[in-house]
Design a protein around this ligand. Structure first.
Ligand code: ITT
Length: 201
């Protein structure tokens, strides 16, 4: 069975990937399986740059096909903040959520989107990146216990519940992460024979 590394130390992301990839013929490791590895600080200016850097660094260290996820929440009325700074917007999830709600006070446009970019690296090379987006709305106060991060204040388009009020399975049907992964899997399926020849997977 092929071992693939999900270059994330975020256990919530990893759980979502495990569920999404459950039927694929792969054994999924996360960075928590490589305790000697410390991810470098994120210095990119886009999700794509950060995802590529995370995938490349981890691929070189783990010597396995690797993918990384850089993701975050873009709020239209906040000039798309917190964006790539989503994980660094406060000291913990509650603090980050409160900051977004505070900054949105008095603003009528509450539209937002979650963005996820997945980068795939094989043999010390970034092969491709894939973006998934889920549009939605920021509500006035958090609702729900599931998920992680900004899920309790985000209602995806066409839904009345927040991501945190949905089961993981329901979130995984429509999330930015699932959308990016679907594109990545389609690419791998289309290019598998080329990748296999080139990289001897
Ligand atoms: P890794 O870099 O180790 O993967 P991280 O949490 O630092 O973990 P990012 O730099 O990509 O990852 O930051 C993503 C942040 O964006 C995450 O910590 C949440 O605050 C937010 N976020 C991303 N996807 C989310 C989701 O599905 N639901 C809620 N919040 C999410």
């Amino acid at each position: 069975m092929t071992v693939i590394v999900a270059a994330t130390a975020n256990s919530h992301k990893f759980e979502e990937y495990k569920a999404l990839l459950g039927s694929e013929d792969v054994e999924l490791h996360s960075l928590l399986d490589y305790p000697g590895y410390t991810a470098a600080p994120e210095t990119g200016t886009t999700f794509k740059e950060n995802a590529a850097q995370k995938a490349l660094d981890a691929c070189k260290y783990c010597d396995r096909p690797t993918f990384a996820d850089d993701s975050g929440l873009e709020v239209t009325a906040l000039n798309n903040a917190p964006g790539i700074y989503s994980a660094r917007y406060g000291k913990d999830d509650a603090d980050r959520i409160n900051r977004v709600l505070r900054e949105l006070e008095g603003k009528s446009d509450r539209s937002a989107r979650f963005v996820c970019v997945i980068a795939i690296a094989i043999n010390g090379e970034v092969i491709e990146t894939f973006e998934g987006v889920m549009e939605g709305t920021i509500i006035e106060a958090p609702r729900g216990e599931n998920g992680f991060g900004y899920d309790p204040i985000f209602v995806p388009e066409g839904e009345s519940r927040t991501f945190a009020e949905m089961t993981q399975e329901e979130k995984n049907q429509i999330s930015h992460r699932a959308r990016a992964l679907k594109k990545a899997l389609e690419f791998i399926e289309d290019e598998m024979s080329v990748l296999d020849d080139e990289f001897d997977l």
